[in-house]
Ligand binder design. Structure first.
Ligand SMILES: [Zn+2]
Length: 432
């Protein structure tokens, strides 16, 4: 009899396994404006999502599902998610409750397997208040008075659930490009008259449109997206700089690459905002021509500097339909910092000295570009004056129609000490 009992139990267990969806792992990705909760499942699952108030929580019901994993504790820096709880109902429904710290707009969608993960159910909790919007209402400028900093938006590709390309030693593009981007930001911030903002500064996913929005909210003068390339042939290496093309890609490889990078957006799921896409694309076309010519110039300048760091993949700036470069009003470039699929390059991309060298090259290219194309009222929109015997700050100010204060701030001078032979930057008066 005991044998029978065991057999029956076993049979029940196996039909149960075949019938029930298994939740194999759960992870959270906190970002400044949203938290993503990802459920690894062994196949697609029927589910419903609804919200309850007092206290605020999101309830997720998974039909015919079992929890075969421990629920994670939310990260300490998570400003939206307080706790995860789960329980199985008699009808086979697995209920997961997401206790909240703040108001959210939740959405859910499922993802197909990729190179790193299998089937996934994703819950995005979008903050009802937007920290990026709040931040942009109080812009901080290093330069006082009417001078402003040139803002460079630095955009590390991919992140969170989207690893980007993966090297042979399992180095992920999302990690390498974040490290390079952080160095690039630090480098830009050291440049007088320039300041950088990162579109993401942690390991979380951002949609391509969202990246552009962040740049626009900060009033960016330039958008630099940082990626690392991958190819099936491990010998291929060299950095590239891309700009947006409206009329097809400059090569088959460029088209292929743009498809790979744009696919990153699918990880964002479908949202109602996408309805505006057609209208947006029409508006984009109207104002993009001037931006593309500016992008071409900055891309050339950066590509030239990258030659000092290593081989470049192609001699010229390449073009393709990269979604993330579609800002109508911000010159935008995409830097593919060499091929992570090349094992030697993969090792180099992880080294801090190489990351710094790449960041330095990009900054030099950007600086050269802004020297030739200075936005008004920035430190770059200045003339130079070589100090001769008898010059005083006030005399120079009068001569160039500016003020002593403006001269001091443009040249970081405190008193009125100037030396013969020294070169002063003369800011153009605001509005001229
Ligand atoms: Zn990429």
């Amino acid at each position: 009899m005991r044998g029978w009992g065991a057999a029956i139990t076993l049979m029940w267990a196996s039909t149960c396994l075949a019938g029930q969806v298994q939740v194999e792992n759960v992870r959270t990705w906190p970002a400044p404006d949203h938290t993503r909760v990802v459920f690894d499942i062994d196949r697609p699952v029927d589910h419903t999502l609804f919200m309850l108030k007092n206290p605020g929580r999101v309830v997720l019901d998974l039909r015919a599902a079992d929890l075969a994993a421990k629920l994670p504790e939310p990260e300490t820096n998570d400003r939206l998610l307080k706790r995860l709880r789960a329980g199985s109902r008699k009808d086979g429904v697995l209920r997961v409750v997401l206790d909240l710290k703040a108001d959210v707009r939740p959405k859910s969608f499922q993802l197909k397997p990729n190179s790193q993960y299998g089937h996934r159910l994703v819950i995005d909790l979008q903050a009802a208040d937007d920290p990026a919007r709040a931040a942009s209402s109080s812009p901080r400028n290093k330069a006082p008075a009417r001078m402003r900093d040139i803002i460079v938006a630095v955009d590390p590709g991919h992140g969170g659930e989207d690893p980007g390309a993966i090297g042979r030693r399992r180095t992920k593009e999302k990690d390498v490009v974040l490290a390079i981007a952080k160095r690039l930001k630090a480098r830009v911030d050291r440049e007088p008259g320039m300041r950088a903002v990162l579109t993401r500064d942690g390991d979380y996913f951002l949609g391509l449109r969202r990246r552009m929005q962040i740049a626009r909210r900060h009033g960016a003068d330039l958008f630099v997206s940082v990626h690392a390339d991958a190819f099936s042939d491990p010998r291929v290496h060299g950095s590239s700089v891309y700009i947006l093309s409206r009329n097809g890609a400059s090569s088959e490889a460029a088209r292929w690459l743009a498809e790979q990078e744009n696919a990153s957006d699918l990880i964002g799921g479908v949202s109602l905002d996408d309805k505006d896409e057609l209208l947006a694309s029409v508006l984009l076309d109207l104002s993009q021509t001037a931006t593309i010519s500016a992008s071409t110039e900055v891309a050339r300048s950066v590509l030239q500097q990258l030659r000092s760091v290593g081989k470049t993949h192609k001699k010229n700036v390449e073009r393709a339909g990269f979604m993330v470069l579609k800002s109508p009003d911000i010159p935008s470039i995409l830097v593919e910092a060499d091929f992570i699929s090349n094992p030697q390059v993969e090792r180099r991309l992880k080294s801090s000295s190489h990351q710094t060298a790449l960041a330095d090259a990009v900054v030099r290219g950007v600086r050269e570009y802004f020297k030739r194309n200075a936005p008004p009222n920035t430190l770059f929109a200045t003339r130079e004056h070589v100090i001769t015997r008898g010059d005083t700050l006030s005399a120079i100010a009068v001569r160039y129609g500016t003020s002593v204060a403006a001269l001091r701030s443009a040249n970081r001078i405190n008193g009125s000490d100037i030396r013969e032979g020294e070169v002063l930057r003369i800011p153009y008066a605001s509005g001229s």
